[in-house]
Design a protein around this ligand. Structure first.
Ligand code: UD1
Length: 426
């Protein structure tokens, strides 16, 4: 486990390019299995979660090689439909192999992904939807923790999602692409990453209508073909760096930013007093005055405010001039940073439900040793450290590498004093 050390107090300034999108890359890497051949994935981020997906592909008999930021995936040799329990435990998104392997082999064995630090994260919508598509399910192992799904043919059907789950929408699409008949998904997730998956599949020969809307229709085809695909930039990384610039009263330009995908984040930051100039794929953010509070911020499915930006926004609002209220509507345990931020002098009160936080802004945070509990929470502690005076140490920082190529490199480029260090030298 590595730690990050930040000497805070520098106003971030300069210019930075945003990396490729994690949440677009992961489902596309799984989807590559549906074509017995080559996918050339451009602008693919070099992050732990992508490395992990590659390891699973290799375990299954496929291969992948990097050419700079291009990942060339070859799935022709895949000959197993079993994902090891260890892989699913390492990364919850391995559950995307459920739909992809089922689509290719009509069979899949995969461990039940447990909860994680941000919540219980069940997969009941995934399984209930697949059942409606003629997929039989058995639960194996001592704790019935292994799911074995099989069918003689996947048959398209109408799927009504109780909640627009991103993963369930993606697994249904993956299962439907090579099925018989037509699958119609009602209340589908509208996150840009669902659109990207549909777009990639359509480029590879799938028939999909309604991408980006709450009603998606997939008509099964016989096979897919090789494809070259360029991933968009990461909207959450862009949002994280905007929050870092705001929290340090900085002034910087973010290049290759998916501006249209972060409208809600931009509007919220503007409410907080940030000046933002947008173009098609870049933005300039400057926050020279003390930040203003945001009366009520609720996380919602896209196009609402993303839960993946909630922790970073909480750090920002800890510094605002007044009281902000944050309600976490998507995941039940996503306020683990509260304790860490309090160590740095933040004033935050949680209500009994643990999903509503009242943040009373302070003039500045003080440096401390804190612990990262999850990917976005860890990034939010980096932001807190950047704004605080003195040396902040973020322990267990490896989880940040799951989604950020090199947060220290990026923040240093904007003038921050920040570095990785090994835990045992602290
Ligand atoms: C994806 C994103 C994650 C983001 C989340 C919400 C990826 C790789 N991950 O996660 O970064 O935070 O969307 O935008 O793209 N639920 C159920 N039953 C199910 C499925 C989901 O109850 O079968 C619940 C979850 O517990 C959660 C909510 O629905 O409370 C949203 O989950 P979902 O949209 O499925 O998130 P993920 O796809 O896991």
């Amino acid at each position: 486990m590595s730690s990050i050390e930040v000497i805070g107090g520098e106003r971030l300034k300069g210019e930075l390019k945003i990396q490729g999108s994690k949440n677009a890359a992961l489902p596309v890497i799984a989807a590559a299995i549906l074509n017995k051949g080559i996918t050339v994935l451009k602008n693919c981020p070099r992050i732990l979660d992508v490395y992990h997906m590659i390891n699973v592909l290799e375990e299954l008999g496929g291969s992948a090689k990097w050419e700079k930021d291009v990942l060339v995936i070859d799935t022709a040799g895949i000959n197993s439909s079993s994902v090891s329990e260890e892989s699913v435990r390492k990364m919850r998104s391995s559950i995307l192999f459920l739909g992809a392997l089922l689509g290719r082999f009509k069979e899949v064995t995969i461990a039940y992904p447990g909860g994680c630090s941000i919540g219980k994260r069940p997969i009941d919508y995934h399984l209930a939807s697949l059942k409606r598509m003629n997929v039989l399910q058995e639960f194996l192992g001592p704790n019935e923790s292994i799911i074995h799904c099989h069918t003689d043919k996947i048959i398209g059907n109408d799927i009504f999602l109780e909640f627009p789950s991103v993963g369930a929408t993606q697994n249904v699409i993956l299962s439907a692409v090579l099925s018989e008949g037509t699958t119609r998904i009602f209340n589908a997730a509208r996150e840009p990453e669902v659109w990207e998956l549909c777009n990639y599949l359509a480029e590879a020969g799938a028939r999909i209508c309604g991408k980006g809307t709450a009603f998606i229709e997939v008509e099964g085809v016989k096979k897919l073909h090789d494809v070259e695909y360029t991933l968009p930039s990461d909207r959450i990384v862009a949002g994280t760096y905007m929050a870092a610039i705001a929290a340090t009263n900085g002034n910087a330009v973010l290049l290759d930013t998916p501006v249209r995908q972060i409208e809600t984040v931009i509007r919220t930051m503007q409410k907080s007093g940030c000046k933002i100039e947008e173009s098609d794929n870049a933005l300039k953010i400057s926050c020279t005055e003390r930040l203003l509070p945001v009366k009520l911020l609720c996380t919602r499915p896209y196009p609402g405010f993303p839960t993946d930006m909630q922790s970073q926004m909480m750090t920002m609002l800890c510094l605002a001039d007044g009281r902000s209220t944050i309600v976490e509507e998507i995941f039940e345990s996503r306020f683990q940073n509260v304790e860490e931020l309090r160590r740095m002098g933040a004033i935050i009160n949680l209500d009994e439900s643990g999903r509503r936080a009242e943040v009373d802004g302070v003039k500045s945070l003080s440096a401390a040793t804190v612990t990262a509990h999850d990917l976005r929470g860890g990034a939010a502690l980096v932001i807190a450290g950047l704004s605080a005076t003195g040396k902040t140490v973020i322990r267990d920082a490896t989880c940040i590498d799951r989604g950020y190529e090199d947060i220290c490199r990026d923040m240093s480029m904007l003038g921050a004093r920040i570095r990785y260090c090994s835990e045992n030298v602290l």
